[in-house]
Design a protein around this ligand. Structure first.
Ligand code: PLP
Length: 406
């Protein structure tokens, strides 16, 4: 993108100016969390100093103002992912809580012997909540395999369906391999079998335009902190007819109609799933993150990140012993790798000493590590503010580390 002014964008992120061991920080851990632009932080400060009051409870001006800010954020999120109604936008603590909510609440409809289809590349957040159901009901996980590039086997997937299949829960983008899964096709096959689909969008929303109506997914989940927004909040999108029949996830204030010691009625959507005081300041600031991303354009961000991915991957392959995990066509800008037999932790530590922030370990995807036959990887992941110059610094550092580790 010729008119993509990365230096102007970088000036919005004071966090990128940090020095690490006297070197300029090169932040390549965007899959774990992104840095936050000034505009989002300033909106948080503004709310704390001007409009902080609890939502939905007060007749006073501040409470009404804060409620309006929260609900404006809900409308902004609705439009951003093209949901039909704000009733379908539930604020949660993040992707993890959103998936737990669906597993616990929708999971109350499951029966002994029911099966949940997941893929081999799922984050633990999309495995363990389904396994927790096993204390209540005897459900089983069925797993979609992948090939050595990290592409899911859709023929094998289609064969997993039977009369016991109760749910498909699938990552939109793998946080380790960068694979962008064909969720539209996955959803179509599931719906042909009468099965609902939850899409874990944690790694998608900051890197591509997501349209839940076009996808026709039943649930979609994501976290604000990975999309340049504040930490501590996230979103569950759910189709209204499903959310309406699902029981509440947690009990408390905000989620009730009337309460007596004998009987309680529940609030309408979306509040039925938002027990207790929500993180209203951060929810309101999530709107600022979307306001920030929208004018840049998700297509422009994706094109920029793909340029960085291609440039870096190519240069990395010139380093002797380099092993990259995840080569699916059209993958996102996430590079998991090992240098020869060097331990991922040693590589990560040495890169840190050179000012480069990458992540090491199993990336909360242990079953995927078993499939790859490794313990962990080093992961470099790119965001809207990374530059070709940073890729060069990273490559030079990798060469140095490769020499040091023999
Ligand atoms: N799903 C995927 C694919 C992720 O990458 C992550 C976090 O890295 C999560 C779920 C969990 O997100 P959070 O910790 O924000 O709830």
């Amino acid at each position: 993108m010729d008119n993509y002014d990365v230096n102007r964008l970088r000036s919005d992120f004071p966090g990128l100016d940090r020095k690490i061991y006297n070197r300029q920080l090169v932040y390549l851990d965007n899959t774990a969390t992104s840095q936050t632009p000034r505009q989002v932080v300033e909106s948080i400060e503004h709310i704390y100093y001007n409009s902080k009051a609890n939502v939905h409870r007060g007749v006073h001006t501040l409470s009404q103002e804060m409620t309006a800010l929260q609900e404006a954020a809900r409308e902004r999120v609705r439009g951003w992912i093209n949901a039909a109604s704000t009733d379908e936008i539930i604020f949660t603590r993040g992707t993890t809580e959103a998936i737990n909510l669906v597993a616990s609440s929708y999971g109350s409809f499951f029966h002994d012997g029911d099966e949940i289809i997941v893929s081999v590349m799922e984050h633990h957040a999309n495995i363990v909540p389904w396994q927790l159901l096993q204390s209540r009901v005897n459900v089983k996980l069925r797993v979609i395999p992948m090939d050595d590039r990290g592409v899911l086997d859709l023929d094998a997937y289609a064969k997993l369906f039977n009369s016991h299949t109760a749910m498909v829960a699938i990552a939109h983008v793998s946080n380790v391999l960068g694979t962008v899964n064909p969720v539209d096709e996955i959803i179509r096959i599931a719906h042909d079998n009468g099965v609902p689909v939850l899409v874990d969008g944690a790694q998608a929303v900051a890197h591509q335009r997501v349209d839940v109506t076009a996808l026709d997914c039943d649930f979609y989940t994501f976290s604000s902190h990975k999309m340049y927004g504040p930490s501590g909040i996230g979103v569950l999108y759910g189709k209204r007819d499903l959310l309406e029949k699902m029981p509440p996830y947690q009990g408390g204030g905000e989620m009730i109609g009337n309460v007596s010691f004998e009987h309680t009625t529940f609030a309408e959507l979306p509040y039925k799933f938002e027990a207790g005081t929500p993180d209203f300041v951060d929810i309101a600031a999530l709107k600022s993150a979307i306001d920030y991303l929208e004018p840049i354009g998700m297509e422009a961000i994706a094109a920029h990140e793909h340029k960085l991915l291609e440039y870096t991957s190519q240069k990395m392959m010139e380093i002797p012993g380099m092993r990259i995990f995840g080569t699916a066509p059209g993958k996102d800008a996430i590079i998991s790798f090992l240098i020869g037999d060097a331990h991922h932790y040693d590589t990560g530590m040495l890169l840190d000493k050179l000012g480069i922030a990458v992540r090491t370990g199993h990336h909360c995807a242990e079953p995927l590590m078993h499939r790859l036959g490794i313990e962990g990887t080093v992961r470099a992941s790119f965001g809207l503010y990374n530059t070709i110059e940073e890729c060069d610094i990273f490559i030079a550092a990798l060469k140095r580390v490769a020499m040091m580790l023999g």
